[in-house]
Write a protein that binds this ligand. Structure first.
Ligand code: NAP
Length: 328
């Protein structure tokens, strides 16, 4: 199956390297970053282009734009891994629409388009007879969408609870373990490369809320939005609060929860027993699904990382390859 890869940062590089390294029946025929593009219907020389990008800051011809690749390259599936814009979803929404209009499958790790325009994009994919998949948008390497779609097929999902932001989880773990203040733990997270220069989205619970919206819409077919989430971040937590929780054999985690029967869609710091399965350490993510037949299922894994996120994207691509083998 031929792939056009849009975005060659942390995730895009992971996808390109894994496709090149592993014999998966996937060939990259189009590639773009913010400044350039490259295409070859027979398959691009990925190692050379990656080296070129490292040296020169761009991967291909500056005269070839991202839209040139999406509209003209010979490919079956678009992999869209450009930065998240949680306010407009652009330019990724435009990229995805352009690919769907050409009847190309789309796989993305970008939360913006899926949180803001999921219904419209899914309808467009359906009308064009192609797939739109976004496993990597929630909890990185954890195969939550596949689990819901296949492993738990036929179950009613009654509720979900999740630790969906690795940066917050790292900060809370360090505050609890070492008695650090929020500011000290945040500084450490920055030094370790776990927090952005501007950590607002993470620490205010916005990133976890976006993921909760994606999950709720996916599971229950709702059309909820970011503004529907009752959201509190971790930025006002004190070491005292963690100490008090510790006295009771508990700790604090930023929990995203969706409980439709109680009309709850919430992200907030919660006091939680240390032995609870959602109490994971460091940058890990965890998700508990409450279901009618399987009862509780908890998935734990890495919520971010170049190759970890590539795992989710490649899973989606191979699902499409198996399912729509006519286009492979
Ligand atoms: N990193 C993770 O672990 C992770 C995990 C799950 C989901 N995600 C999501 O995956 C997406 C990619 O993340 P990332 O960490 O790889 O980001 P990144 O390192 O910032 O890379 C973004 C890439 O997109 C390119 N780009 C930016 N604007 C573009 C445009 N308008 N048209 C075409 N290409 C454009 C950049 O080009 P240049 O190289 O020219 O700057 C860069 O190659 C984001 O939406 C992120 O939220 C990331």
């Amino acid at each position: 199956m031929k792939i056009a890869l849009i975005g060659l940062g942390s995730v895009g590089r992971g996808v390109a390297e894994m496709i090149t390294k592993k014999d998966l029946g996937l060939t990259i025929t189009g590639l773009a970053d913010s400044k350039s593009g490259a295409m070859d219907p027979k398959g691009l020389d990925i190692p050379t282009l990656l080296t070129h990008k490292k040296k020169n800051g761009h991967c291909g011809d500056p005269d070839i734009s991202t839209l040139d690749i999406i509209k003209k390259a010979d490919y079956d599936a678009l992999v869209e891994v450009t930065p998240t814009n949680a306010l407009s979803g652009e330019p990724a929404i435009g990229y995805i629409k352009a690919a769907l209009a050409r009847k190309k499958h789309v796989v993305t790790s970008n939360k913006g388009p899926i949180a803001l325009a999921n219904k419209e994009l899914r309808t467009m994919a359906q009308e064009n007879g192609v797939a739109l998949r976004y496993e990597a948008t929630v909890a990185g390497a954890i195969p939550i969408m596949h689990t819901l779609e296949h492993g738990l097929a036929g179950n009613d999902i009654l509720a979900l609870y999740g630790v969906l932001n690795g940066t917050c989880n790292y900060i809370l773990t360090r505050m609890a373990d070492e008695g650090l203040t929020y500011e000290q733990a945040l500084m450490e997270a920055r030094e370790m490369g776990y927090a952005e220069a501007d950590p607002t989205y993470d620490v205010k619970g916005i990133d976890a809320s976006i993921k909760l919206v994606i999950l709720a819409n996916n599971i229950w077919g709702h059309d909820v939005r970011l503004t529907d989430v009752d959201c509190t971040g971790i930025d006002l937590l004190t070491p005292d609060a963690l100490r008090l929780a510790d006295d009771e054999g508990c700790t604090i985690r930023l929990i995203a929860e969706a409980i439709p029967r109680k009309n709850i869609l919430r992200v907030s710091p919660r006091i939680i027993e240390k032995s609870h399965p959602l109490v994971v350490d460091g940058t890990l993510n965890a998700l508990t699904l409450e279901t009618d037949m399987a009862k509780e299922i908890t998935l734990i894994g890495r919520g971010a990382g170049s190759v970890e996120t590539a795992s989710a994207i490649i899973g989606d691509l191979l699902y499409i390859k198996d399912r729509y083998d006519g286009s492979a």
